[in-house]
Design a protein around this ligand. Structure first.
Ligand SMILES: Cc1cc2nc3c(=O)[nH]c(=O)nc-3n(C[C@H](O)[C@H](O)[C@H](O)COP(=O)(O)O)c2cc1C
Length: 263
């Protein structure tokens, strides 16, 4: 349940009106939580006098809205979306811990269905070499599994294996990136939305990512690798390689017209 400080509450009803679960009512001119809710935090965010708290959360995390400092123009936002590129050529330099923390925050603050907040984020940077070694060791076993469960992956994976065996720098799974990020989630859309925000944050940090469907496919076929990653039964929703781009793009990449139905 949310808690509302009766001393601070001015009874304006803003939280009552904005609560999606109708969990707050005005009683004796003050707001009061009357039933459990999904703890979306709208009541905290809308209260003009900071009277609302949610004990489960760290309320020190809550920031005041500062429109003049942080406003992004529509043009700037669309520019960022258009100029984001998949990165397949990374510098060796690892991502700094404070940048990784902000990238993870972008994932953590993303919307989730029913406010479940149930994504698990895995960051493999310090132990990436160990993980990659295990990955390549496991690949023959992965190929065997995929023959039965996802045969379309077998031929490209065999080819990647052949390239890597010939020259381990020719790594079409990890692209020599310094960091591997994985999101596991019950709800794939929750993980996908978090991934998109994390990518945008990475770009804002001067870094970039590659979503890797191939890595997600390989990990899904390897209990040993999933155990190493420690995500239990949760479904692997997104694998990303992250780092500083060793490539720069001069213009946007063209796209098809959007398939839009206007009514
Ligand atoms: C879900 C998803 C999975 C992807 N998997 C791979 C992959 O396994 N290997 C790869 O090289 N690119 C992968 N990509 C990158 C796409 O090929 C890329 O987004 C697309 O070609 C457009 O290029 P852009 O991201 O630079 O705009 C993936 C992208 C998405 C969204």
């Amino acid at each position: 349940m949310v808690t509302i400080d009766r001393e601070l509450c001015i009874g304006c009803g803003a939280c009552v009106k904005d609560c999606p679960g109708h969990a707050i009512e005005i009683k004796e001119e003050k707001a009061e939580a009357v039933r459990p809710c999904i703890q979306c935090g709208h009541c905290v965010a809308i209260c003009p006098v900071r009277a609302v708290a949610i004990p489960e959360y760290d309320m020190e995390d809550v920031e005041e809205y500062e429109p003049d400092t942080f406003r992004i123009s529509p043009e700037n936002y669309l520019h960022a979306v258009k100029f984001r590129r998949s990165i397949r050529n990374f510098k060796e330099k690892p991502l700094e811990k404070e940048k990784l923390d902000r990238i993870l925050s972008a994932g953590r603050y993303t919307a989730t269905a029913k406010n479940a907040q149930a994504c698990t984020f895995v960051v493999v940077q310090e132990r990436l070499e160990e993980f990659k070694k295990l990955f390549w060791e496991e690949l023959p076993e992965i190929l065997e599994n995929l023959k039965e469960h996802a045969p379309a992956y077998v031929s490209p994976f065999r080819y990647f294996y052949h390239l890597w065996k010939r020259n381990p720098k020719d790594d079409t799974f990890f692209f020599n990136s310094p960091c591997f990020l994985m999101i596991a989630a019950e709800n794939p859309l929750d993980g996908g939305l978090a991934a998109a925000n994390m990518e945008n944050q990475a770009v804002a940090e001067g870094a970039g990512v590659l979503y890797s469907g191939y890595l997600a496919g390989a990990l899904s076929a390897s209990p040993r690798l999933r155990e190493w990653l420690g995500t239990g039964e949760k479904r692997i929703v997104c694998c990303m390689l992250a780092g500083y781009p060793a490539v720069s793009y001069r213009r946007t990449a063209p796209r098809r017209q959007a398939d839009v139905i206007w009514k």
